[in-house]
Design a protein around this ligand. Structure first.
Ligand code: SF4
Ligand code: SF4
Length: 446
């Protein structure tokens, strides 16, 4: 084996976590392109940060890739039309999380005509790279939704040396990033080599869990064929242990650097990008078409034809489910995202935004019966952030909402990964308690 074909193994155990059944039943389902829906509803905030203001009005003609929302604020990513057609209305909608968001409703003309202004983009400098990431409307596509151009902007006095590509995809069921590796590995590698060159980084580590051997092999083969004379791009086999893809855990698994609480990856020399995000950046530079589609894993025992489907952003979950043959029987639970960190939804009229990667539908909701905490400490051992969820839950379950106590317990650092709940033999509602405690702390911020 050529030295550049070597797949590195991450050493030993990562930070806490749990071993989950992975159920990656759609892994070999090649992406199906969904025909354009009759209409889309595109949220003007699909990222962490400031919402966009509309740049179109009702009655305007738009094309695929026409900018429909933007802002001058730094932490904001523009939003583009995912179909060609006519804007019918722009209005506030209250989604599942209860926070109103402005949406642009567009009736499709069925033609999917690209915006005539779209053209390949030249990227030669750091400024070009940041501008490209912004104009692409790129955000963290693994679920985080943080604007990519902010991540790629070098802060004065901060030295960066390593780009970490997150291909862990550690949530059960979801195979959207895996399909990106299998179908578009070259775009992934073109993107990461470009970022490495422009930002002058010393190395790139692509982290993929060991339950995806074909993706590991594919990335390693392509990396070995191309450009990498100095052998600075490594593919790393990571242990399948949830939440391997969480930023802090991934940084530790790939570099053994510990991210202190409250610090950014760049403070310890790293940039972390999701594997589909780096591929999307590469495609944007090649074609000029911004981020207007998303691959969604549709799975669960209530779905007739589980598969991976590429949909225009703003398509409703209902239309996607119908496209996948509908339900085998009425589901008890529908989740937008993975079973660990996704959000249960009560209605399928919710639309797909950039950070979404799965729609999961399950027949039977198992009854939840909690028993008393047996003080086994498993939740503490499993927590990747070294928190003590049992102590927080003990307060919350007794309705003792004490913001000072929660602050002392570092509740603000909980990433809501759900490991504590998963490992608890007493089935205590630990992650729910952490959410309540976080809300209480936010409520108490003067
Ligand atoms: S306390 Fe938070 S970060 Fe720790 S395991 Fe539970 S959900 Fe994850
Ligand atoms: S895992 Fe469950 S039973 Fe064990 S200490 Fe934590 S809350 Fe208690």
């Amino acid at each position: 084996m050529d030295k550049k074909e070597t797949i590195l193994h991450s050493a030993g155990r990562s930070l806490g976590g749990a071993t989950l059944p992975h159920f990656k039943g759609t892994a070999e389902s090649e992406t199906i392109i969904m025909p354009p829906p009759k209409s889309v509803a595109i949220p003007l905030q699909q990222h962490i940060g400031v919402p966009c203001e509309p740049t179109v009005k009702a009655g305007d003609k738009v094309y695929v890739g026409t900018k429909i929302g933007d802002s001058e604020k730094l932490v904001c990513a523009p939003v583009h039309s995912s179909v060609s057609g006519t804007v019918t209305k722009i209005t506030d909608v209250i989604p599942a999380n209860g926070k109103p968001v402005k949406m642009v409703f567009i009736e499709s003309d069925g033609l999917m005509e690209p915006d005539p202004k779209i053209a390949p983009v030249k990227v030669e400098t750091e400024e070009d790279l940041v501008k490209a990431a912004r104009e692409c409307g790129l955000v963290g596509l693994g679920g985080a939704g943080f604007p990519a151009h902010v991540k790629l902007t070098k802060r004065p006095g901060v030295e960066l040396d390593t780009l970490i590509i997150n291909g862990a995809e550690c949530e059960p069921y979801i195979t959207a990033d895996y399909r990106e590796c299998m179908e578009n590995a070259e775009d992934i590698l073109n993107g990461l080599y470009l970022v490495k060159k422009i930002l002058g980084l010393k190395k790139v580590i692509i982290g993929v869990e060991d339950n995806k051997p074909k993706a590991l092999k594919k990335l390693a083969e392509i990396a070995s064929e191309k450009y990498d004379a100095e052998d600075e791009v490594k593919v790393m086999r990571l242990k399948s242990r949830y939440p391997q893809g969480a930023e802090k855990v991934l940084i530790y698994s790939t570099t053994k650097r510990k991210l202190p609480l409250g610090k950014l990856p760049s403070d310890i020399g790293c940039i972390v990008m999701n594997i589909t995000s780096i591929s999307a950046l590469s495609k944007y530079i090649k074609t000029g078409m911004p981020l207007v589609t998303k691959r969604i894993t549709v799975d669960g025992d209530a779905i007739k034809n589980p598969c991976n489907v590429l949909v225009p952003i703003g398509t409703s979950a209902e239309e996607i489910i119908e496209f996948c043959g509908g339900f085998t029987e009425e589901p008890d639970k529908i989740i937008l995202g993975g079973p660990m960190m996704g959000n249960a939804i009560v209605s399928t009229d919710v639309v797909i935004a950039k950070p979404n990667n799965a729609v999961l539908c399950f027949k039977e909701k198992k009854p939840h019966i909690s028993t008393a905490c047996i003080k086994c400490g498993r939740c503490i051992a499993a927590c990747p952030m070294n928190l003590t969820p049992a102590a927080v839950e003990a307060k919350v379950s007794r309705k003792k909402l004490d913001a000072d106590f929660f602050s002392k317990m570092n509740v603000g650092y909980c990433m809501e990964c759900g490991c504590c709940s998963f490992v608890c033999p007493a089935k205590r509602e630990l992650v729910q308690a952490m959410r309540i405690a976080k809300n209480e702390m936010r409520r108490n911020v003067k």
